[in-house]
Write a new protein. Structure first.
Length: 457
């Protein structure tokens, strides 16, 4: 009953069942679930409480009875079908298409199709970026950008199956929204009128996760929750990242502006917060690492992890982000290595070949004490996502990441026939994500089935 027409059918179960066993397809369907980093749980809970107390009239009414899992379910199901570009081109689930006006959602003047009951607000889209969906998938072809769903008959050169997980990077292409609000300091954005200048410490940062999930209805103002909230979204996210909520004037008058390791001037008078960017992408990186290790452990084998540069295409605002991304990735492996014994290899695909893996050269190993392989080997090359693992890698579990969008269904441009537009439709054309990761098709992709990515899990 999914209302949007598939542009191709080669990736659908109804086609695949002609040459893939029913048991394999069922396994893939039932292996699907949304996954979120353990450290994001308090932020989600704080967000709901914040909207109940400080949101617009529409938001206060909308969130008043919403619990944690209902909110996660909403982030999965109320996305646009397609959402792209600096002008916010969109297609909704009912087929309505348009451009712009997304900022009005959740505001008291919202109207037309773009209303909170139908769509995610921009504040919610920023949270939705922390959600991933993971599953097994049959690989239709090698996953190259221009694969267009063509079934590869030379199965010996393609990995038969593996894990596919959608990750979402920092969207910097549109000023004033999404991660731009935390990562860029400029004179137009960072003013008190936009909520900057107030520090904030999340009230539930040390709550047990089970309390948040099971007893979220107790977390109301009458029970003492939310009373220390500052009434701005800027301060909420500053508190999450543990950073000052700078106004431009206070930043310019501080000593921080001289710290070129922490801040990079990306254009005249605008500064990029490198440390906060590292913290933001660390959440997505950790999610991939913990999930890959879990899947490898579950299968009693080693995971070979294929890494794409999430947010490093049209979304990036500066070329220096790529080095921070790779360096952060390596530092997270070093930090959590003792929990990653079921990961053997990390393959960075389509990164600048001059980029080193932190202090390690491509092909070398990040040493990890007591790791069964002595550590995790790192590579940088233009390997295609689903190329067969051969020789010493044969028998390993291929775990492939792809760059998803936090306000679109898996595939994004795929749904309007733009099959080669980005890595998102390329993944939808070469794996089963268009069906398996779609909450309107696969009921396993729901708030009730949420898994937590955590060290040691």
């Amino acid at each position: 009953n999914f209302p949007i027409k598939f542009p191709i059918d080669t990736i659908r179960c109804k086609t695949l069942k002609g040459f893939v066993s029913e048991s394999t397809l069922l396994k893939n369907i039932n292996s699907s679930y949304p996954v979120i980093h353990e450290h994001v749980l308090p932020l989600f809970a704080d967000f709901i409480l914040h909207k109940r107390k400080f949101g617009s009239n529409i938001e206060r009414e909308f969130y008043k009875d919403m619990n944690f899992l209902q909110f996660v379910d909403r982030l999965l199901k109320k996305r646009a079908v397609m959402f792209m570009g600096t002008e916010d081109d969109y297609v909704l689930l009912n087929g309505v298409a348009g451009i712009g006006r997304w900022e009005q959602i959740g505001k008291d003047g919202e109207n037309g199709e773009l209303r909170l009951e139908n769509c995610l607000s921009y504040d919610e889209i920023k949270l939705s970026a922390f959600l991933s969906v993971s599953s097994y998938s049959y690989f239709i072809n090698d996953g190259n950008r221009h694969n267009r769903g063509k079934i590869c008959k030379q199965r010996e050169i393609i990995q038969e199956e593996g894990i596919i997980i959608g990750l979402i990077g920092a969207r910097m292409e549109k000023p004033g929204v999404m991660e731009y609000q935390e990562l860029v300091i400029d004179s137009n954005q960072n003013v008190e009128g936009n909520g900057y200048g107030t520090s904030f410490a999340p009230t539930m940062a040390f709550m047990e996760y089970q309390e948040i999930i099971i007893d979220s209805n107790q977390n109301v103002e009458g029970n003492g929750y939310g009373t220390s909230f500052a009434p701005t979204m800027a301060s909420l996210f500053s508190g999450f990242y543990g950073k000052p909520s700078w106004t431009y004037a206070s930043f310019k008058n501080s000593n921080e502006i001289e710290n070129t390791e922490k801040y990079t001037e990306i254009f005249k008078g605008a500064y990029y917060d490198n440390m906060t960017y590292s913290k933001r992408i660390a959440i997505s990186i950790d999610t991939l690492l913990f999930e890959a290790n879990h899947r490898g452990k579950e299968k009693n084998t080693s995971a070979y992890v294929y890494v794409v540069g999430i947010g490093l295409g049209v979304w990036k605002c500066s070329t220096h982000q790529e080095k921070i991304f790779v360096d952060t990735f390596v530092s997270r492996i070093e930090l959590f290595g003792k929990y990653l014994h079921n990961i053997s290899d990390m393959h960075f695909a389509y990164f600048d070949r001059s980029t080193s893996c932190g202090k390690y050269q491509p092909g070398s190993k990040i040493p990890i004490e007591d790791h069964p392989n002595g550590g995790i080997r790192v590579f940088i090359s233009e390997r295609q996502p689903h190329e067969a693992l051969v020789d010493e890698n044969k028998g390993k579990l291929l775990v492939v990441s792809y760059a998803w969008d936090s306000n679109a269904l898996p595939g994004n441009e795929f749904w309007v026939g733009m099959l080669s537009a980005s890595g998102d439709p390329a993944a939808a054309c070469s794996t089963q994500v268009a069906e398996l990761h779609n909450p309107h098709i696969n009921t396993n992709v729901s708030g009730e089935n949420l898994k937590i990515a955590a060290r040691g899990e």
